[in-house]
Write a protein that binds this ligand. Structure first.
Ligand SMILES: *[C@@H]1O[C@H](CO)[C@@H](O)[C@H](O)[C@H]1NC(C)=O
Ligand SMILES: *[C@@H]1O[C@H](CO)[C@@H](O)[C@H](O)[C@H]1NC(C)=O
Ligand SMILES: *[C@@H]1O[C@H](CO)[C@@H](O)[C@H](O)[C@H]1NC(C)=O
Ligand SMILES: *[C@@H]1O[C@H](CO)[C@@H](O)[C@H](O)[C@H]1NC(C)=O
Ligand SMILES: *[C@@H]1O[C@H](CO)[C@@H](O)[C@H](O)[C@H]1NC(C)=O
Ligand SMILES: *[C@@H]1O[C@H](CO)[C@@H](O)[C@H](O)[C@H]1NC(C)=O
Ligand SMILES: *[C@@H]1O[C@H](CO)[C@@H](O)[C@H](O)[C@H]1NC(C)=O
Length: 653
């Protein structure tokens, strides 16, 4: 920190420099300021200075063109005082002259001597902003004949009065009061108003109070005089829950509005009445709303006005009466409903019970949930206060396949016996299974075409029937496809991780024809010889030929010991065929004598095991060597190995 005491009060500006050169150093600093740094001083210095024509006070030279760009701090104006001007007179100063400009606008062009035309006299020149340009120009003449000395001037930074220099066409700088301060201005507000955070508008703080008496009076600020602009008022009336509030607006009601054919539109001013659990009402116009029975023990009123428009205001009395406690309609329940157990019309102590659309949906835990209308006008349950949700029931078709015939190639599945079965087309024919209201589980192979994942638009999903023709009439749009990230099978010899999920655009509403199959329990096991249900719309043996089926087929087949299956595959490989590897993510299903198997077109479909009365997705039809060939088995994706991936994928999408 340095105190600089320098004698020079004025800065001599060199021609054509709008900034002080650094090498002029700190010695030009002015004395009465505490200078914290040299750069701090420049700012102070630029608040005044002196300009003189070259040679002054010696006569000036011919053919000169000199320019000075003066600059003072922002928020100030430049005031130029010509202490002496002596420039050879010419008509209109077209020969020798001093021109003063602000932002390319000529403020004056001077020549001559005191008392002659063209001389500025002792009037000072003020720029509209914080800069000013001086141009001194001389023509050709014989220097020895010329006695005029040019000019000498001082300049000062004078505070600009932004408040009085506003452009009348633009918005005012300040909404209410403009105060000029050195170098700037600031806004202020009339009494009662508060300056908004925008530092420009003023708002009248009003309301912000709670009325808890059983009757009372409210009115717009300054009522019955017109409402001030820029109001933002909030009034809360809140009494004990047993009471109902009635608002009684007086007849003299006027809130600025725009009249339309549909009635007044509240554009700039309004009074919003908010009653819990109802759409807020915006009031405006010239017609009093009269009485409003709120049927509520709390009401919020918010009065808003802005700069435009004029409202004459409003006033109301409110009263309360012991009200009928009414909880309103209970929340509806998706895939379920509400039944009244006791009480009437959603009034106090009415009891309702939620139920789900059985047998397709159930309340979690299978418990009945009742809600009672309490004194605070809310439905409350002894178990929870949130509306329950209905969860889909999985793996329990409304009809079971009763006879398991041993028919080569499978039997027709009766309607509703395998309601999770999905038919996929678009990339050949494939199968899948419904596992959630938006999710289909299938094989990766079914949603890949030539090494690339099919687009959701190209995969058509059909659910809810056994007849192919009928099914094909109504596809369900897919939203996204999620193939297991480690599935990599460009040459059809690596079926490891053959699993994919399809997300549907819209949730399915379950019924007897569409129901999800359960996912395996985390500790689910596959017992050798355990019979499961394979189903699909794939190829069936018809005499010597394999043809596509027209109805859903099913087969009962046992789980095969992994070792036995592995051996069958090894022996195939030894006979020269290129056979995919059997990994621990796969298991086999089938009978050694062959003839019964899943086949092309079944890929992605389910192998369902049943335990505890529920079918669960044990396997996904993946691959096989021929269909139903003696000594070979069908290979299925082991779903229990993918529970985490399925769970994660469904949660993240
Ligand atoms: C200018 O006019 C004033 C009064 O009219 C006079 O006193 C003064 O001497 C004149 N100055 C010159 C330089 O003529
Ligand atoms: C200019 O100076 C003369 C003489 O000093 C004075 O009478 C006159 O009022 C001044 N004019 C202005 C505008 O200052
Ligand atoms: C509403 O207020 C008016 C006076 O403004 C009064 O005459 C009328 O009786 C009141 N209505 C009720 C229902 O209180
Ligand atoms: C749930 O309520 C229904 C109908 O009120 C009743 O039939 C059923 O037995 C109840 N279930 C339980 C678990 O209480
Ligand atoms: C909730 O109330 C219902 C009906 O009164 C009753 O059946 C149920 O046992 C209660 N549950 C609990 C957790 O208190
Ligand atoms: C996969 O898609 C890309 C881009 O769409 C294409 O260039 C490529 O040929 C496709 N791969 C196969 C195996 O078709
Ligand atoms: C799925 O994830 C949820 C939450 O992360 C967890 O509660 C649930 O047990 C998981 N289920 C399985 C089968 O992993």
């Amino acid at each position: 920190m340095v105190y600089l005491i320098i004698k020079a009060f004025h800065l001599k500006l060199q021609p054509h420099r709008d900034k002080l050169p650094a090498d002029m150093g700190w010695t030009y600093c002015v004395i009465w300021f505490l200078c914290l740094s040299v750069s701090e001083c420049w700012k102070l210095l630029a608040t005044h200075g002196e300009v003189q024509s070259p040679q002054y006070p010696q006569p000036y030279l011919p053919n000169m063109l000199q320019q000075w760009d003066l600059r003072v701090p922002k928020g100030y104006q430049v005031q130029l005082s010509l202490t002496h001007l002596d420039i050879k007179f010419s008509f209109g100063c077209y020969k020798d002259s001093l021109t003063v400009l602000y932002d390319h606008m000529i403020l004056g062009k001077f020549c001559g001597q005191e008392n002659s035309t063209g001389h500025p006299g002792n009037e000072s020149i003020i720029s509209q902003g914080n800069t000013m340009t001086l141009i001194f120009q001389t023509r050709d003449f014989a220097p020895e004949l010329q006695q005029h000395v040019g000019f000498s001037a001082t300049y000062d930074a004078i505070d600009m009065d932004e408040c009085s220099q506003q452009d009348p066409d633009s918005d005012p700088l300040c909404y209410q009061i403009c105060i000029n301060i050195p170098g700037s201005y600031r806004c202020s507000c009339h009494r009662g108003y508060k300056l908004h955070v925008d530092q420009h508008t003023c708002q009248l703080s009003c309301g912000r109070q709670t009325f808890d008496k059983h009757e009372g009076h409210l009115a717009s600020p300054r009522y019955p005089h017109p409402s001030p602009p820029s109001l933002s008022c909030k009034y809360i009336i809140s009494v004990e829950p047993r009471f109902d509030i009635t608002l009684n607006f007086t007849d003299s009601f006027h809130i600025d509005s725009m009249d339309t054919e549909q009635g007044p539109r509240c554009l700039h001013h309004w009074l919003q009445v908010t009653i819990p659990n109802r759409e807020p009402m915006k009031l405006c116009g010239a017609k009093s709303p009269g009485l409003i029975d709120t049927n509520s023990n709390t009401v919020t009123l918010e009065y808003h006005t802005d700069v435009k428009g004029l409202s004459r205001g409003w006033s109301l009395d409110y009263s309360t009466s012991v009200g009928v406690i009414n909880c309103g309609e209970p929340e509806p329940l998706l895939n379920g409903g509400v039944t009244f157990l006791s009480g009437s019309q959603n009034q106090h102590l009415s009891v309702v019970q939620y139920h789900c659309n059985e047998p397709f949906y159930t309340l979690p835990g299978g418990k009945n949930v009742t809600f009672t209308c309490e004194a605070d006008r809310k439905w409350r349950s002894n178990q929870s206060s949130v509306t329950p949700t209905c969860v889909p029931v999985c793996g329990q078709p409304t009809k079971l396949i009763s006879t398991y015939q041993r028919i080569l190639g499978g039997s027709d599945a009766p309607q509703d016996t395998i309601p999770w079965q999905v038919l996929l087309t678009g990339n050949g024919i494939a199968g899948g299974m419904v596992i959630g209201d938006r999710w289909i589980l299938t094989a990766a192979t079914s949603v890949m075409s030539t090494g690339n994942q099919s687009s959701p638009e190209s995969v058509l999903v059909f659910i809810g029937g056994t007849n192919v023709k009928t099914l094909l009439e109504s596809p369900v749009p897919a939203a996204s496809i999620h193939v297991h990230p480690e599935y990599n099978n460009p040459d059809f010899i690596n079926y490891n991780h053959d699993i994919a999920l399809i997300k549907l655009q819209d949730p399915i509403t379950f019924s007897s024809s569409v129901m999800p199959i359960c996912l395996p329990a985390e500790d689910a096991t596959y017992h050798n010889g355990e019979m499961g249900l394979v189903s699909g719309f794939g190829l069936v043996q018809y005499g010597e030929r394999q043809i596509l089926t027209n109805t859903l087929k099913y087969l009962q087949l046992p789980v095969v010991d992994q070792e036995t299956c592995s051996q069958s595959i090894t022996s195939l490989a030894q006979s020269g065929d290129q056979v995919p590897d059997l990994t621990n993510n796969m298991f086999c299903v089938g009978v050694p004598e062959g003839g019964k198997d899943s086949c092309q077109g079944d890929t992605g479909g389910p192998f369902a095991l049943r335990s505890g009365g529920r079918f669960w997705a044990a396997g996904i039809v993946s691959w096989g060597v021929d269909c139903g060939r003696q000594g070979t088995y069908g290979v299925y994706t082991r779903v229990t190995n993918y529970l985490n991936w399925i769970n994660k994928t469904m949660q993240e999408n």
